[in-house]
Write a protein that binds this ligand. Sequence first.
Ligand code: S3P
Ligand code: PEP
Length: 448
Amino acid sequence: MSGHGDAQPMTARKSGPLKGTAAVPGDKSISHRALIFGAMAVGETKITGLLEGQDVLDTAKAMRAFGAEVTQHGPGAWSVHGVGVGGFREPADVIDCGNSGTGVRLIMGTMATTAMTATFTGDASLRKRPMGRVTDPLALFGARAYGRQGGRLPMTIVGAANPVPVRYALPVASAQVKSAVLLAGLNAPGETVVIEREPTRDHSERMLVGFGAELNVERGPEGHVITLKGRPELRPQTVAVPRDPSSAAFPVCAALIVEGSDILVPGVSQNLTRNGLYLTLVEMGAEIEFLDPREEGGEPVADLRVRFSGSMKGIEVPPERAPSMIDEYPILSVVAAFAEGPTVMRGVKELRVKESDRIDAMARGLEACGVRIEEDEDTLIVHGMGAGGMPGGATAKTHLDHRIAMSFLVAGMAAQKPVSVDDASPIVTSFPIFEALMSGLGATLERG
Ligand SMILES: O=C(O)C1=C[C@@H](OP(=O)(O)O)[C@@H](O)[C@H](O)C1
Ligand SMILES: C=C(OP(=O)(O)O)C(=O)O
């Protein structure tokens, strides 16, 4: 679990051109789901390319606590012997989900329609994040939640002994909430319906169909209407986890701002619910070629050739694009600082309830690096200083947030003076090989 060890300061210095191939690890969202859906199937699910980041390891541990057999066979190669829908056993101890919002929210959904009680906690970051967005719909199934003020962890969920199916319109664009409701719906008799006005990442829907659930998505005037038939017998699957586009974002953006760079990033998801950053970068004038489009692990992917792009322009990011790039705003705001003119990011208030308040963390750190920022509750505006224009020479606070840590280290690779982060330890939650991979491309990263 992250955030309980010692802080690990790290510094990035202006780096030589980045060259080579950046093979990033497996997708975090799909890795969590492979373990959880595998635990809900009857028989053995085999997984390759699993992200062995701390967030996913915490979910693996939780699945064991609920009775599934989870085994590592080699790097990225795992199996899950599932207990079937409704087959969870009550855990004997508190479930610690570490730093992971996805882990805790999806697992709460999964156990909420089974007659058992489970208590969840997490690190100092996760204990600040709102759980009401999940426990509100879970209450409609008949589950009860007892947490700290404001719906915070630690929290005990008493699962519904006689769950009823639910029809729920998502009040916020959140794949975690959507997935929690679908997972709860698995063990409710009849049809559970989730309606999302704005499309969010659709891995749960795709994978549930793969595992044999009866799930239908209709696109109507109210948005996506997702209908799931309860109490299916899920069939174990072989899951090949594709690479994580949210991790790929870091080498891609580093190559765009470090002079002379030319790198290849293989197998980046082009799933329309995940590719908002890449559309945005192209609109800003980034030199990215999308090579060999194909399908891998059920996801559309392409190899990205990315070159230093010295004349990117700030743009207004369409707010409706936010769900497809929600985790990429921190690194986009770094690229924006190296573009000409303002980049305007509106409709981004969800960033305030991630591992940290990401609007505040990016604004304070970029200001310390000499960049002019405007912000309000729902908006971040970065006034770009052009290629090589960021002064740097500051230490950013990462607040137990892996994406903030990686974003400022990327900034330091192109800024005039080094940029440090007070704590790089959270990077292990999503991208444990970040330091080795970036150094291998030619980045100058130093511990301390
Ligand atoms: O469902 C998922 O796997 C995720 C959904 C998103 O969160 P929200 O559902 O809170 O937007 C995202 O930020 C997170 O990193 C992963
Ligand atoms: C928001 C994130 O993850 P989670 O919500 O799972 O903690 C993220 O990885 O950027």
